[in-house]
Structures are given as C-alpha cells and as structure tokens.
Design a binder for this molecule. Structure first.
Ligand SMILES: Nc1nc2c(ncn2[C@@H]2O[C@H](COP(=O)(O)OP(=O)(O)OP(=O)(O)O)[C@@H](O)[C@H]2O)c(=O)[nH]1
Length: 572
C-alpha cells in the first residue's frame, strides 16, 4: 500500500473517530438538553392543558353547584309529588338550562328515582320527566353508585342510552338541611366538541389526556381508549392509562406518578414527569392532579417532534462535506508538502545509486522534508566533487603507473615493454606509410669483468652514464631504451640507411670518448638494421641481433649495419 493511501486512510480514520466521538458527545449533550428542556416544556404544557380544562369546566361546575343548592329544587326533591313544587322546580331547572353552556341539564331524585332532562333544542319542553332510574339496570347504576360513594361532585363520561347521547357529565349531589342526599343535578357537555376543544388541539407531538382518580381514561383523542361509564365498572375492567404503554416499566412508572401526586394531594402546581415509550418513540410524560375535579391531566411530549431526526440531516451533511473537504485539503497538503518531495527524493536517490549526479529539480517545502532534500542536494554535490577529484587522481595515478611500467628504473630510459610498444607502433606506421625505420642494438663490451672488478654499483653507474650518452647522441625524436642487462636499443624514425649509419657511429664513438673522462673507459658494440615496411618484430630483432653479433665478432667497439638488400652486415 502506498504512503499516500496509508496517510489518507489514517486521516479518514482519525476524522471518523473524532467525528464519532463528537457525535456521541453531541447526542449525550443534546439528550440532556432535550430532557431538561422537555421537562420544563412538559410542565408548562401540563399546567396549560389543566388550566384550559378547568377554565372550560369551572363555570359549568359552579352553576351545577348552585343548582344543587337551589332551595326550590331541594324543597321539591323532598316532596316530589307536590304539583306546585314540581312546577316551580321545572321552571327553576329551565332557567339553569339557559345558563349552562350546553343548554342542557338533568335532575335525578333519590326518593322516587325520577330523572328529568332537557336539552338545547328544548326538545322535552313540558315533558322534562324522562324516565325512572332503576337500581337493577346497569345503565342507571352510575346514579346509585355515586350516591353510595357520597361524593358531592363527580365528572363522568357516559353514554345515555335512553337519551341517545354521550356526554361529559357534571354530577353534583343535592342534600337537604340534614345533609342527607336527596338527588343529583348536573349538566352534560357534548363529548365530541369537548374533545376537540381540549384534547384534539392539533399540536404536533403533544398528546393530552385526562384520567380520573383511579387512572381510568376519560378524555382522549382515541375514543376507543375512553373508559365510558367508568364509575360502575369494577377495578381491573377499566381502561386505565397504563394501557397506552407497552413496557411494564412504563406502566408502573405512570401509575407511580399518579400515586405520588395523590399523596401530595394536589399540592399547588405539582407536576411529575418521566420518560416513556409509545409506538417505539421516546416520549416525555408529564402528570398533574386537578383537585377541583379529582382528575389527572397527562401530557405526552414526543421528543422526536421536539427535535425531529430530520433536523440532524443538515448536521450529517455538514459532517460528510467537512470530511470530504478535509480529505481533499489533507490530500493536497500531503501531496505538496510530503509526497511530492519524498517521491522526488526517491527518484533522486535512485539516480544517485546509478552513479548520476545530475539531479532533477527537487521541491523543497519549508519543513523537515525540505531540509532533508537540501541536505541531500548538498551531500550529492560533495559526492560529485569528491568522486570527480578521486577519478582525476586515479587517472593521474594510472597514467603514472602506465608510464612507470614502461620506464627502466635504473636509467630512466624506456624499458623493454616501452620499447616493444613503440616498435609495434612503428611497424604499423611503416606499413601504413610504406616507409621504413632504423633500429640500433648495442651492448657494453666486457661488462661482466667491470662488474666483477669494480663491483655491481660501479656497473650500475656505468649503465646510467651509457644511457645519458646514448640519449645525447640520438635525435630528440628517436626512442632510446634499455632492453635488459647491458643491452640498449634505439628506434630511429624517420630514418634512412645513411642516418642509421651516422647515428650508430656517433653512439659508438660518443660512449668511447665520454667514458674516457670518467676514468673507467668502456666501449660498446653496435649493430644496426633498417626495417622495411612489412617486417615483423621477430625479423627486426633477429636482424639487429645478427648485426650486433657481427660487431662483437669483429673485435668489439665496432658498428655493423645489416645490409637491407642481402641481409649481410657490414662495418659502418
Ligand atoms: N651492475 C649491473 N650488472 C648487470 C646488470 N644487468 C646485467 N649485468 C651484468 O652484465 C653482465 C653482462 O655480461 P655479458 O653481456 O654476458 O658479457 P660481457 O661481459 O658484457 O661480454 P661481451 O658482451 O661479450 O662483451 C653480466 O655479468 C650481468 O651480471 C645490472 O643491472 N647492473
């Protein structure tokens, strides 16, 4: 995997890790804020809903209370068969009917079970006595139950089969002067209108419901949950509020909240709240007790409606865009600040490893890599200079060795290898130009006896002097050399027969004359031959050797030149 891929992968990983951590922190924080805020909102909502309900019922309850305390009605309830009292009572009822919001009322007498009713349409004018309540009929059980319980005031959602209406009934007990229950009066509110006004308020994510003292649902937007005629149902058969929740924990929690508020007995403004789950969505439930009517008000706040998940999408989009932009920026930065310089450096190192010092342009960012590239360039320059200097010295030394390998250490003349090379070159040149050259071979006479009599060092001195005299006797462009021992060779080029004889004679005479001055007189025997184009080295050496032999044979200190035509040597 390339460095770039790894760096980008690492950057992505780090961004995702930090973003996830931020996301979790955000979730925690937002959940905490939502919880606190939601509780406050719920409490406010609970009080608001409670106030709305009470506001809408207060007047009706007050009127019902006044009706229950009407002396006209009380007198009549005690003596219901009295026609005068009955007429007065009905007039009184009708006056209340006009005041009730629903323009309806009911009066039920305990003594004879007579039930009086009239509605907004004044449908039962003159016929307000509707029927006789029967303790045996389940539909009438509410009346007898409420009297048994002795609760002065009661709210009840109940369908009236006889009248064919379902209403929220406000029931108030009528008592005589002895405080004995003599009947019940009240009014009904149209349930549909009431539900619309109080619970179907169309606030998104907010559900309001009212339950009675036992937790039975009384007002709820879904009528199927309303516990109609709750009062006459035995415990366990009521539609209590816990039906709305799925988990046992939530059921217990909501019932616990009701209990808690009961114990606080309607403490002013007391609200209990807690989280519950409805249809898989988290809700905040707020509960308040309304002592005036003996009911609880419950508000369920959908937290998702409070902060919808869709609100998070812009956040997710921002995160993804940020991630993308970060990666692109990161990519561009590492590309220009790290990768390009490193790749350039790698290419330069490869080039250097191949022995090439001409570095391409290397980007140098203002960071550690830039400094590294700078060091590398300086190091390469130093290596280039050092290598060049080294190569120069090696070439110089090689040339020196080459020269030394061709020079005789004692005399400073060409040695045998040096002579071999110039003779070979001269053979080629002669052939190329079809022009011959001369070769002189000379040997110090009786050198062995000089060595023996005067010592080896003296012999060396004589060898050196002969070399000097030889050098002086030939032309600057001739090639004198020491063949080995006391034998010397001179290559003469350009050369002809006369020149050959002249130089050979001059060499021979020069040695004899010069040595006289040293006190150790020496002579040399000189053989010479003229080399024709096409002659090889062996032929040359053989001819020269033959000429030298002739010179020695003729008594030494002689010059013999081999005749080129008949290969006979003759004295020069
Ligand atoms: N001092 C010295 N002697 C050398 C050197 N090389 C060879 N010699 C001696 O040179 C002598 C050469 O003798 P030869 O050429 O065989 O014989 P010669 O005594 O010169 O007699 P002719 O050549 O017949 O006149 C030998 O005694 C070698 O030991 C050298 O580098 N230094």
């Amino acid at each position: 995997m390339s460095l770039k891929t790894r760096l980008l992968g690492l950057a992505s990983l780090l961004i995702i890790i930090s973003a996830s951590a931020s996301w979790m922190a955000y979730r925690e924080l937002s959940a905490d804020i939502i919880e606190r805020w939601g509780k406050q909102v719920t409490e406010i909502q609970v009080r608001y809903d409670s106030a709305r309900l009470l506001q809408s019922l207060e007047r009706e309850i007050g009127l019902a209370g006044q009706m229950a305390q009407s002396s006209t009605l009380i007198q009549w309830a005690v003596d219901p068969d009295n026609p005068a009292l009955t007429t007065g009572a009905i007039r009184q009822m009708e006056s209340f009917r006009n005041n009730f919001r629903d323009n309806s009322y009911f009066v039920a007498l305990r003594s004879n079970g007579h039930y009086y009713y009239n509605n907004a349409d004044n449908q039962y004018a003159g016929d307000q006595f509707r029927y006789v309540l029967d303790p045996e009929k389940p539909d009438d059980a509410w009346f007898f139950q409420l009297i048994d319980e002795g609760r002065d005031f009661h709210l009840n959602v109940n369908p009236d089969q006889e009248l064919g209406v379902t209403k929220l009934w406000i029931d108030v007990l009528m008592r005589d002067n002895n405080n004995d229950i003599i009947g019940m009066v009240g009014t009904g509110l149209n349930l549909d209108t009431f539900l619309q006004d109080i619970v179907d308020i169309g606030q998104d994510g907010i559900t309001t419901l009212f339950v009675d003292y036992n937790g039975a649902i009384q007002l709820y937007r879904d009528r199927n949950y309303i516990d109609f005629a709750s009062i006459i149902k035995p415990e366990g058969q009521k539609n209590t509020v816990d039906l709305l929740f799925e988990s046992r924990q939530d059921k217990q929690q909501i019932l616990g909240m009701l209990q808690m508020l009961k114990q606080r007995n309607g403490e002013d403004g007391a609200v209990e709240s807690g989280f519950v789950t409805i249809d898989g969505r988290k809700h905040l439930a707020g509960v308040a007790f309304l002592p005036a009517i003996g009911w609880f008000e419950i508000t369920l706040l959908d937290l998702n409606a409070l902060v919808p998940t869709s609100y998070l999408w812009p956040l997710v989009t921002v995160f993804l865009v940020t991630l993308l932009v970060s990666l692109v920026v990161f990519h561009l930065i590492i590309q220009s600040r790290i990768l390009n310089p490193v790749l350039g450096l790698e290419a330069a190192v490869t080039r250097l490893r191949e022995g090439r010092f001409d570095l391409p342009y290397l980007p140098k960012p203002d960071n550690e890599i830039g400094r590294l590239v700078d060091h590398f360039e300086k190091m390469t320059a130093t290596m280039r200079d050092t290598t060049a200097e080294l190569e120069r010295k090696v070439a110089q030394r090689t040339e020196e060795l080459h020269r030394l390998a061709r020079v005789d250490a004692l005399t400073g003349l060409k040695n045998r290898r040096g002579l071999d090379e110039v003779i070979a070159q001269e053979i080629q040149r002669a052939e190329r130009e079809n022009k011959g050259f001369g070769l002189i071979w000379l040997d110090i006479d009786h050198f062995k006896s000089i060595n023996d009599s005067r010592g080896h060092q003296a012999g060396d001195d004589i060898l050196c002097r002969v070399a000097l005299w030889l050098k002086a006797a030939v032309r600057p462009y001739d090639h004198p050399g020491r063949w080995g021992g006391d034998e010397f060779v001179v290559l003469l080029s350009p050369c002809d027969q006369d020149t050959l004889e002249q130089v050979a004679g001059r060499v021979c005479a020069s040695v004899e004359q010069e040595s006289q001055r040293t006190g150790i007189p020496v002579t040399v025997s000189v053989g010479g031959c003229f080399c024709q184009p096409g002659d090889d080295l062996d032929t040359l050496l053989r001819n020269a050797d033959q000429a030298l032999y002739e010179a020695k044979h003729k008594g030494r200190n002689q010059v013999c030149i081999l005749d080129a035509s008949d290969k006979e040597s003759h004295p020069a």
